[in-house]
Design a binder for this molecule. Structure first.
Ligand SMILES: [Fe+2]
Length: 178
């Protein structure tokens, strides 16, 4: 509102066309948008880090389970690679910049970096179970804020990511059972 109490959205340009009001007016407060974008940045960093570790394991897996794991890891890293884009673009739609460097991801992620020396096949599976569980915790932590702010697209995105990470963790966990 201006001093005169006029709504900025009522203004028109000199050519008579309606002027688009400055800022983002989607019914979510600036504070909520910032908090949700921050949570999504953590989810993006986690997802990217898990993507890279999974691709690393696709390259470096050895042993009698090679074919199964090499193929399974490919399906998983492809899913993760496709998942980073909607998370990043939701951050943009909320009016914030998406992190996209190794330095930023390293600071934001809750996951450890992939080991420099490739572990044995079942240890890789164990690391990936922990990774999917960690990403699920990051997504779940953000859910109440998105829900309370009435941010349905983020809540929907988080719900989809939670389903994938929990299902993948279960499938990987099953490989570790006798
Ligand atoms: Fe490959």
């Amino acid at each position: 509102m201006t001093k005169q109490g006029k709504d900025k959205s009522q203004k028109t340009k000199s050519d008579g066309a309606p002027q688009v009001p400055a800022g983002i007016h989607i019914g979510i407060s600036d504070e909520d948008r910032a908090a949700i974008a921050k949570g999504l940045s953590a989810l993006l960093a986690d997802t990217y880090t898990l993507y890279l570790t999974t691709h690393n394991f696709h390259w470096n897996v050895t042993g009698p389970m090679f074919n199964t794991l090499h193929t399974m890891f490919m399906a998983q890293y492809t899913e993760l690679w496709n998942a980073v884009d909607p998370v990043a673009e939701r951050i943009r739609a909320l009016g914030h910049h998406a992190p996209g460097s190794y330095a930023q991801f390293g600071k934001l992620t809750s996951l450890p970096d992939a080991p420099a020396q490739p572990p044995k096949a079942l240890e890789m599976v164990r690391i990936l179970v922990q990774g999917h569980e960690a990403v699920a915790r990051t997504a779940r932590q953000l859910f109440p804020r998105a829900d309370k702010a009435g941010d349905e697209p983020t809540a929907d995105l988080l719900t989809q990511r939670l389903a994938v990470h929990e299902q993948t963790a279960w499938m990987l966990r099953s490989l570790l059972e006798e």
